[in-house]
Design a protein around this ligand. Structure first.
Ligand code: RIB
Ligand code: CA
Length: 314
């Protein structure tokens, strides 16, 4: 079976970094055509550097990295440095990567790549604010339609928000971009907090990663240890959610998840609820299905996949 061609759009960020390593570790199943970066957890210069550092760690220099949007479409920028550390990679020692990002804007590279590849073959994996994808739609909406699917981490329904009472960070950070993506007509699978809060890493998981003994597994263990020591209120059951790795795990092992068709819209005006995702399962003529919402995730199965995959990296 041929590996699935994917593009990863991300804002590394601790969990984005772990997701990138999981993707790099799965070349038999995933053909990572390139990585695009966006401002989100930390500013664009840092998310781009961090993506290049993960590429270096995985010894995957043939995968290009393209920097994208430095700010959201409309709203004032927000970040999540309090969860990811000032560098975006916790307390990992960071340096300049051995290979820089490629020249050119991420949105342009996304549409060009979708035009060059056969229609309905490339999956867009989105792990940060959706600004680059909205820009790609603005550049060439028909090209984005050529994507087989958009698999994104974002939003919340039953779980409430993680950056405000009613909004999850990726959607909150650029609600106008998210709304545009939900209207684009491309098949979308959303892994919101309802799913990712079922996939949590605790100190025992960190020990299991340390036991793997590879540089990549030790890096993931260090990133999780940084997160575990944060006083965050979503650390239920002593574990931290593996948000972005769930998108890659869904591609690698979809049977570990279940999803339902829904209509998703995004609040873009209310100061109180901006970024809220209205996930409606009662689809209708005026609220047609525009996405599938992941409602369950097998956390133990996802974590085992992560541990076993990281054995294949240096
Ligand atoms: O709410 C979790 C999401 O926001 C993840 O993508 C994390 O990296 C942050 O960007
Ligand atoms: Ca992210």
């Amino acid at each position: 079976m041929q590996p699935q061609p994917i593009i990863i759009d991300c804002d590394p960020g601790i969990d984005d970094a772990i997701a990138l390593l999981l993707a790099f570790a799965s070349p038999a199943k995933l053909d990572l055509l390139g990585i695009t970066t966006v401002a989100g957890n930390v500013p664009l210069a840092l998310t781009t550097r961090n993506a290049c550092l993960m590429r270096e760690l995985a010894s995957s220099h043939s995968v290009p990295v393209y920097a994208g949007c430095a700010a959201p479409l409309v709203r004032a920028p927000v970040d999540a440095g309090h969860f990811h550390g000032a560098s975006g990679l916790g307390n990992l020692p960071v340096s300049q990567p051995d290979q820089p990002a490629s020249p050119g804007h991420a949105a342009r590279w996304i549409v060009d790549t979708l035009r060059q590849r056969p229609s309905n073959t490339v999956t867009l994996v989105v792990m940060g604010p959706m600004t680059n994808i909205a820009q790609a739609i603005a550049l060439d909406a028909d090209a984005v339609q050529r994507a087989q699917c958009i698999v994104a981490m974002g939003g919340a329904r039953c779980e409430g928000g993680n950056i405000t009472a009613s909004a999850e960070f990726n959607i909150f950070a650029d609600p106008h971009a998210a709304r545009r993506v939900f209207q684009c007509g491309c098949p979308i699978v959303m892994l919101g907090l309802d799913a990712t809060h079922q996939v949590r890493a605790n100190p025992a998981h960190v020990a299991a990663l340390r036991a793997v003994g590879t540089r990549a597994a030790n890096t993931v263990a260090s990133l999780l240890e940084f997160t575990l020591q944060l006083p965050a209120n979503d650390h239920r059951d002593g574990g931290v959610p593996l948000h972005d790795p769930c998108t890659i795990a869904w591609l690698l092992d979809p049977a570990a998840f279940t999803d339902l068709p829904c209509h998703i819209d995004v609040e873009t005006e209310s100061p109180l609820t901006i970024g809220h995702t209205a996930v409606e399962f009662r689809v209708s003529a005026d609220k047609p299905t525009n996405a599938r919402w992941v409602v369950s995730a097998n956390g133990a199965r996802v974590f085992e996949l992560l541990v076993q995959s990281l054995r294949h990296l240096p």
